[in-house]
Design a protein around this ligand. Structure first.
Ligand code: ADP
Ligand code: 5GP
Length: 199
């Protein structure tokens, strides 16, 4: 029997480097995929519908919630975000690992619904670094940056249910840590115990 895919939940403050680290850790691999979320946030310059996010309006978002099409959903800094359920379940059944880049409230919902999901919290070396990175990225207004810094402090206080913490100082090293966690989780007894039953 083929292994099922595993669900990896990656959280951490906006600007911690989650996209950067996930991209480096998974580049060129076809046994892992990234779940594209839906959001009511407006696209940033350069963001493409269906790539970074599926951009929807609040009415469409509420309709998806009502139809139970989202595995989890949450509000983050005045916008709604959610994970489309069908894609995630299809990939897991096909033996492909799925990465969700979601904030803490959504991660908590996944933790309750799918307790074997692996929860990883990525942080910058300090909140000063975070502020520098958000400014350096140049995609958020001053108000949005301040709101994201406040939210980062709240998220740190709520992050007690994660399995791993990665400190993204050097992005290459952080990506190596993420790749190592993914390999180790695939080798876990609980994930492979079914092989022992086939002897
Ligand atoms: P997130 O996905 O967590 O919001 P990004 O991956 O968009 O964060 O990274 C935020 C900014 O910080 C980007 O400009 C990115 O190039 C930069 N960055 C990411 N990792 C590092 C790092 N280890 N050192 C310095 N800058 C980084
Ligand atoms: P951004 O607006 O910077 O792209 O994302 C803001 C926050 O929303 C990030 O912390 C990101 O992880 C989170 N996020 C993105 N997609 C989802 C989702 O589908 N569900 C939840 N709960 N959070 C999400």
């Amino acid at each position: 029997m083929k292994d099922k895919g595993k669900l990896f939940v990656i959280s951490g403050p906006s600007g911690a480097g989650k996209s950067t680290v996930v991209f480096k850790a998974t580049e060129g691999r076809d046994d892992v995929c990234f779940s594209t979320s839906v959001t009511t946030r407006k696209p940033r310059p350069g963001e493409v519908d269906g790539k970074e996010y599926f951009f929807v309006d609040l009415e469409q978002f509420d309709e998806m919630v009502k139809n139970n099409e989202l595995l989890e959903h949450a509000t983050y800094v005045a916008n709604s975000y959610g994970t489309p359920r069908a894609y995630v379940e299809k990939q897991i059944d096909a033996g492909i690992d799925v990465i969700l880049d979601i904030e803490v409230q959504g991660a908590r919902q996944i933790n309750e619904k799918k307790p074997d999901a692996v929860k990883i919290f990525i942080i910058p070396p300090s909140l000063q670094d975070l502020e520098r990175r958000l400014r350096g990225r140049g995609t958020d207004t001053e108000r949005a940056i301040e709101a994201r810094l406040i939210r980062a402090r709240q998220e740190y206080a709520e992050a007690d249910f994660y399995d791993y913490i990665i400190i993204n100082d050097d992005a290459e090293s952080a990506a190596k840590e993420l790749a190592a966690i993914m390999v180790a989780e695939r080798c876990k007894y609980s994930h492979r115990a079914h092989y022992l039953k086939e002897v």
